[in-house]
Write a protein that binds this ligand. Structure first.
Ligand SMILES: *Cc1c(COP(=O)(O)O)cnc(C)c1O
Length: 371
């Protein structure tokens, strides 16, 4: 057995599309980019979408587009991949971490207000594992203090919050997605920003390509400092075709999650993260909680020995050595630290076979019985 916690699904149809575009004459800056963007914005219900080279590039551009700069503060969750906070550092701004709800790992919306200062510009809520944050509450705070919201939706393609699809930006200025192979759809590396603002859309397009605007004939003027965060046409062809399969991918993930809920929900030594009412979780991750870090480590080792490779999502961002060197201290977000001690992400991806999942469940039960 060799089972990871997550993995891409690449079909013959994906290969055909990539091959077609590789032979088409446009490797980059061609029609497939706009095709993918249009298809994506239609899927999530936003007016505009801008495809870029990674989720990290998407976060960076979103922050620049909102004018984040030195001296500003950006509020986010520590229970995330470092990129959600690094985008503040790229702009010379300071990430301010809000503690999480220890049950769900989501940013605790009731602890945000006390950390808002004169310097706060942006809130980046992270839909951890695929479960949407309390966007209504976060939007009401943003309105009250005139802050912008960029959703880190890298786990949440296909998620729904009440009547809203994540990515439709009903509660936010922009939403950011990643197409890294472990995410819901992949382009190898890649990302997307969605928005309903024409102004932000045009700015993002410019920033993606050096800050250069096309005028007439040979005239291309660089009007601001941008980057090369472009994505290729063959990646976008892959992304478009992957989107065709999104519904299947998500229903497979939810099927797997449902079986875990049923089989592992009866284990008294485990705590699961329940899907909340009015939310739709596409399960980027399936996270179980052990009673303590020692038990978690032993289960991790036990499963690894059986060929089941789990992961821990995440070490609270500010505990990374680099953030420690910036002066962030252990104890800053105690619930996030407690949550981190107990969690383990077990396999969930569309190609996980039924007998493989049964094996995973059996091994977890076997461990719990003897520990
Ligand atoms: C994957 C991920 C990112 C970064 O995306 P890349 O495409 O790998 O740059 C950012 N935030 C979260 C929460 C992620 O899971």
């Amino acid at each position: 057995m060799n089972i990871g916690y997550g993995k891409q699904t690449i079909g013959k149809d994906d290969l055909n599309e990539v091959e077609r575009v590789l032979g088409s004459g446009f490797l980059t800056c061609g029609p497939e980019v706009k095709n993918f963007e249009d298809k994506f914005s239609k899927e999530v219900g936003s007016k505009y979408a801008v495809a870029v080279s990674s989720g990290t590039a998407a976060l960076h551009l979103a922050c620049i587009a909102l004018g984040l700069r030195e001296g500003d503060e950006l509020i986010t969750s520590p229970m995330t991949f470092a990129a959600s906070a690094n985008c503040a550092l790229y702009c010379g701004a300071k990430p301010v971490f809000i503690d999480v709800d220890e049950k769900t790992g989501l940013i605790d919306e009731n602890k945000i207000e006390e950390k808002i200062s004169e310097k706060t510009k942006i809130i980046i809520p992270v839909h951890y594992g695929g479960m949407p944050c309390n966007l209504e509450k976060i939007k009401s705070l943003a309105d009250k203090y005139n802050l912008r919201i960029v959703e880190d939706a890298c786990h949440a393609l296909g998620a729904e919050y009440k009547k809203s699809k994540i990515g439709d930006c009903f509660y936010s200025d922009m939403a950011v997605f990643s197409f890294h192979p472990v995410k819901h759809i992949t382009t190898g590396e890649g990302g997307m920003i969605t928005t309903n603002s024409k102004e932000l859309y045009e700015k993002l397009l410019r920033l993606r390509s050096h800050g250069i605007e096309k005028k007439e004939d040979w005239k291309q003027e660089m009007v601001e400092l941008g980057y090369n965060y472009r994505i290729t046409d063959f990646q976008c062809a892959l992304g478009s075709n992957q989107l065709n399969n999104l519904k299947n991918f998500i229903s497979k993930r939810r099927e797997i999650a449902k079986k875990y809920d049923e089989e592992l929900g009866i284990e008294s030594k485990l705590e699961l993260i329940k899907e909340k009412e009015n939310l739709f979780n596409p399960y980027h991750l399936y996270v179980i909680k052990l009673q303590n870090s020692e038990l978690r480590k032993r289960l991790y080792d036990f499963l690894k020995e059986k060929g089941i490779f789990c992961q821990v999502h995440y070490i609270p961002v500010y505990l990374h050595p680099y953030y420690q060197s910036l002066g962030y201290k252990k104890g800053l977000c105690s619930s996030a630290e407690n949550f981190y001690e107990k969690i383990l992400s077990i396999p969930v991806y569309p190609l996980l076979k039924e007998e493989e999942q049964t094996f995973v469940i059996e091994k977890i039960k076997e461990f719990l019985k003897n520990n």
